[in-house]
Design a protein around this ligand. Sequence first.
Ligand code: P1T
Length: 380
Amino acid sequence: MHFATKAIHVGQAPESTTGAVVVPIFQTSTYAQEAPGVHKGHEYSRTTNPTRDALQECLASLEGAQYGLAFASGMAAISTVLLSLSSGDHIVSSDDVYGGTFRVFDKVFTRHGLKYTLVDTSDVAAVAAALRPETKIVWVETPTNPLLRITDIAAVAQLCKARGVLLAVDNTFMSPALQRPLELGADLVVHSTTKYIGGHSDVVGGFLATNNSALHDQLKFLQNAAGGVPGPFDSWLTLRGLKTLALRMDAHCKSAQQIAEHLVAHRQVESVLYPGLPSHPGHAIHMRQASGGGGIITFRVKGGLDHARRVCSATKLFFLAESLGGVESLIEHPAIMTHASVPAAQRAARGIGDNLIRISVGIEHIADLLADLDQALAQT
Ligand code: P1T
């Protein structure tokens, strides 16, 4: 079955009692049993829920995974992976990750004995050099948030396999419509389904997908034990968003490519980071492992912080807001907004300067989006 068909059919057969063609919202916390321990497969909705099951089955199939687990947020999914580690375990992570991912490593799990090393994972030799005997996971975002750096998933997977370390890839920026890390050798795929998978900025969620049954069993145990699960309505909204993922990703990629090319030629723009541009240092690797540049563009304006603030405040169609991946375009200032939890010195070292702006290109008409950016950039 092809991707677009799976998104609509896997886990979503007509409901058996009524024939409803849409998976119902099973808004229940518990399930009546005929006798103690005798039930129809569900006991309690933290453990399993039919609406969540449908989402898990469908999204796992899209990632090419045998197993999938849904969570209440991307951070709940990430935290559940970290709960599988023990005090003294070590992870190696991309140095340019979502601010909240860095924060949970640095401010929460270090208190429980986690050790971490941040490296530029686009440099495979740097990843190899950072591995220690106690390293359990290499954590990669590709493209990274917000600088859109690219890591060669297959090369890092090969290294991890040789060293007995698990490779987790946060695939939020690409979605399985564009990139499937498990097919490239990763052990675990992580998502904030809040973004492209939900696709409509109306639900927060997270996901883990794997083909490793022992890892799945451990994470499934933790999903229930720690309890960071999505409710039935959130699962349903995410499943509904998923149905149009392939169409939406095509539209995001097409418009983002045009906007990136427009920004490159713009007098007020200092530099543009977009993996779909041949000038991007990771372009060749990205286009080998993904089928599009995605919908996120990061760029630096010439006029410093004041100019960046004015541009972010002046767009009308691009709403000034955190998050990304919805049908509506968004603009944000990483240093002040999504990456404020990264210490200023570290932000500066990473290249998250005060003139850096990130946009999430929605699916509005391209001419309206270009005109909106042009009038905002003219606010010098
Ligand atoms: O927001 P939540 O669903 O908990 O997901 C966290 C998360 C995980 N991974 C990546 C790559 C992310 O971008 C995010 C959330 N990011 C934003 C809210 C943002 O504006 O970048």
